[in-house]
Design a protein around this ligand. Structure first.
Ligand code: GLP
Length: 239
């Protein structure tokens, strides 16, 4: 695990360089994207680099980590909408090659087909991750089996509370989501984990320096051979 600590602006730039380098070498790479506030700086960088002609996503296929159940892609809090707004509409990716789990079809078959589609596309080169306050990655809440593939989850109260800031009320926050599993994430050839802000300091310490345990889903990354962690000074404060 390589750990980089700098300002939010600089870690966004450093992570963006990984994409520029990868796509220079492999223009048709498969990328795993994430939502949340953490990747916004990186997405802004990628949009700028693409506008400047320094990187192209024309031949990229993407798979997002997760989606809320019950929200379709036109809902402004769906992760499909988030990705269209914050990245896909700002880079030259072919929208037909972007994949976000369905929040409307929650069958086990459809979920399992997501893993198969990733595999059929050649596997994810870089899986981007943020981290929840309880250590969730994607929407894999504590105690999710490390062997899990894409599946339907019930969100914990703490996650719904953390995400209610984006909705009008807690009642509007979906109770369930579809997420890539821990194994799906671990199958990626490399992983970039980003965290910003003091609220993430304790969970980052548990993730990197604590035991590998299903109680802290992100701690599984200690077992992955190719992980880069990008932290701002506040998120790194407890290390
Ligand atoms: C959500 C997403 C996660 C994300 C987390 C942290 O629950 N499902 O993928 O990492 O929020 O979000 P933020 O980056 O806004 O702190």
């Amino acid at each position: 695990m390589k750990i980089y600590i700098d300002t939010p602006e600089n870690i966004a730039k450093m992570a963006a360089k990984r994409y520029v380098d990868l796509l220079a070498e492999k223009p048709d790479a498969v990328l795993g994207f994430a939502t949340g506030s953490t990747p916004l700086g990186l997405y802004g960088e990628l949009a700028q680099l693409c506008a400047d002609g320094k990187v192209s996503f024309k031949n990229v296929t993407s798979f997002n980590l997760d989606e809320y159940v019950g929200l379709d892609g036109t809902h402004d809090q769906s992760y499909r909408y988030f990705m269209n707004e914050n990245l896909f509409s700002k880079i030259d990716i072919d929208i037909a090659n972007t994949n976000v789990p369905s929040g409307l079809d929650t069958s086990a078959e459809t979920a399992a087909a997501y893993d198969k589609a990733i595999e059929a596309a050649g596997g994810i080169e870089i899986q981007l991750l943020g981290i929840g306050n309880n250590g969730h990655i994607g929407f894999n809440e504590p105690e999710t089996p490390f062997g899990s593939i894409t599946h339907l989850v019930e969100l914990t109260d703490s996650t719904r509370q953390a995400n209610k800031r984006f909705f009008n009320s807690i009642e509007e926050v979906p109770t369930h989501a579809v997420t890539m599993g821990i194994k799906t994430v671990m199958n990626a050839k490399s992983v970039i984990l980003m965290a910003i802000g003091s609220a993430k300091a304790d969970i980052i310490k548990a993730t990197i320096q604590g035991d590998v345990t299903e109680s802290v889903p992100a701690s599984v990354l200690q077992l992955h051979p190719n992980v880069e962690v990008y932290l701002d000074f506040e998120a790194a404060a407890a290390l």
